[in-house]
Design a protein around this ligand. Structure first.
Ligand code: CA
Length: 527
């Protein structure tokens, strides 16, 4: 019996030993290989109403929807300062504006890239890193092995023939911006990528930022007579609202330029591109000029031009995002890549008769956010946890297994979106500083809780209180209304707690003394 048993036992031992060896060897290889690639896709001013993954019908975004279907959709994701550069600085640092020093597009100077950023931490941990497309922080990107960022127009780039800035200098391109950013991104993945190392690619689109210039395909298929549904508050009378709202310069009626609504052609078009523009818009423009519309009908007309071109830039961008997803699939990279799609903030799509961002309102500070990571994030899920762009850096670092050197304001979202989501309860802090600045939106800060939002326009000493459940479009200010006293007291206390928690300075940063006047002159000139 022993004779029989012993060999069997020995065989088993050998198998165990071999298995242990395989696991041991395997883990050495796996440690290097297992860390996920990260594709961080960010667009510019993409409102949640214009993403079909959120159940909206304004436009189809099949490729953004692909990411949502393969992973998680965040239903309550917000930014802490709804304007381009500051939002991007927060993404990089995991810090609110007062933590990273980049408060304003207009007067914060260059972003300080020497501070802790998640790309630099990933690079130091062995990731190969790149940022391609919109940067809008004026500085040279730090922590990237490769960078090519759109340059002209104060780093907005132009939709057609944009300039790119890189360590090699300024490149004048020909073509459409979404296509060019994508081609450069795929070229980097295809030719420059070190296949022994995981990568971080920040693939940053310009679309759908103002001046909403559709690409060639969308110009060719332009349907002047198609009509998009109007928001119910398009012609809203703003009398009786806070001074901050009445005095802002964000109305479609007053502050959209002829170029915005395609009554005049952008100077950056080449002759062939200009022909496409003419073919799309000339007839509608002639009809508009002949019609002598009433003031309200003119707003309606401009809204249609605005929303249709805005959506057209999204369609062109979504198609390009599909090319990058296809590339990852075709090259066997999709299984081990964490993919994020988001926008630097939302946008008013005619609500209140407005365009633009900046406000703590749902439409402007809430963002689309979807993530996929096979094996780690269950497919086809959604979460209503309150999350903010301070959380992106900690999330991506945790996914990569990289430790922070300095604390961040945000927290990793992986526990919220893994197979067994944890309880999630928190309030969010918001702070907008860019005043004086274009569009004249008053400085404000506030708190967002599970149900309510309290906003303080501190230089006007005005408050607003909104109830997300009863009034998801922020139309009814409950502040000072009978019955709201208890809620207000609670929210003010929560707001004070957040300011304490994040150590928000009492003193605000100032713009240069001449900035407000310069902005008003430029706004007059452009309008
Ligand atoms: Ca933006």
């Amino acid at each position: 019996m022993m004779e029989d048993t012993m060999p069997a036992f020995s065989r088993k031992s050998s198998i165990t030993a071999v298995a242990a060896l395989v696991i041991l060897l395997g883990s050495a290889v796996v440690t290097a290989d297992k860390r996920p690639n990260i594709l961080y896709i960010m667009s510019d001013d993409h409102a949640i109403r214009a993403v079909s993954a959120y159940g909206n019908s304004l436009v189809e975004t099949p490729n953004i929807d692909r990411i949502a279907a393969n992973g998680v959709r965040f239903d309550r994701a917000y930014v802490g300062n709804a304007i381009c550069g500051p939002s991007r600085a927060t993404t990089l640092t995991g810090l609110l504006s007062h933590g990273n020093g980049f408060y304003s597009n207009e007067w914060s100077g260059e972003f300080d890239g020497q501070q802790q950023t998640f790309p630099a931490l990933l690079q130091a941990a062995g990731y190969q890193t790149a940022v391609i497309g919109k940067w809008h922080l004026y500085s040279d990107p730090v922590g990237f092995d490769h960078w090519e960022v759109i340059h002209n127009g104060f780093e907005h780039g132009t939709y057609y023939n944009p300039e790119f800035r890189s360590p090699a200098g300024i490149e004048q391109t020909t073509g459409y911006v979404s296509d060019l950013i994508t081609e450069k991104s795929i070229a980097w993945l295809d030719t420059a990528r070190n296949t022994d190392r995981p990568f971080l690619l920040m693939y940053h689109h310009k679309s759908p930022h103002r001046d909403w210039m559709p690409g060639p395909e969308e110009l060719e298929s332009w349907d002047e007579d198609a009509r998009v549904e109007e928001p119910s508050s398009l012609l809203r009378d703003l009398d009786g609202l806070t001074r901050g709202r009445r005095e802002a310069r964000v109305s479609i009626s007053g502050y959209m330029t002829d170029q915005d609504v395609k009554l005049s052609m952008a100077k950056y078009l080449q002759p062939e591109q200009a022909k496409l523009w003419e073919a799309a818009f000339a007839r509608g423009n002639a009809e508009f000029r002949a019609a002598e519309l009433s003031a309200d009908d003119e707003i309606r007309w401009k809204y249609q031009r605005y929303i249709k071109t805005y959506l057209a830039t999204i369609q062109g961008m979504d198609r390009q995002i599909g090319r990058v997803l296809d590339y990852l699939e075709t090259n066997g990279l999709i299984e081990n890549t964490l993919i994020v799609y988001t926008s630097d903030q939302g946008f008013f799509l005619g609500e209140n008769g407005w365009f633009d961002k900046r406000w703590m309102d749902e439409v402007s500070s809430r963002v689309p956010l979807v993530m996929q990571w096979p094996g780690h994030i269950p497919a086809g899920t959604s979460t209503s946890g309150l999350v903010q762009n301070i959380d992106y850096a900690p999330t991506l670092l945790e996914a990569a297994g990289v430790e922070l050197k300095e604390p961040m304001h945000g927290v990793s979202l992986l526990p919220l979106i893994g197979p067994e989501p944890v309880e999630w309860e928190r309030d969010l802090y918001y702070h907008f500083y860019e005043n004086p600045g274009f569009h004249g939106v008053a400085r404000h800060y506030g708190v967002r809780t599970d149900r309510y939002k309290l906003v303080y326009y501190y230089r006007n000493d005005e408050w607003e209180l909104f109830d997300r459940v009863e009034d998801p479009a922020d139309q009814v200010n409950l502040y000072g209304q009978p019955g709201s006293e208890g809620i207000t007291r609670d929210l003010k206390s929560r707001l004070a707690d957040l300011r304490e928690q994040y150590q928000v300075p009492e003193e605000d940063p100032s713009a240069p003394w001449y900035h407000g006047t310069a902005v008003r002159i430029l706004e007059w000139w452009f309008n």
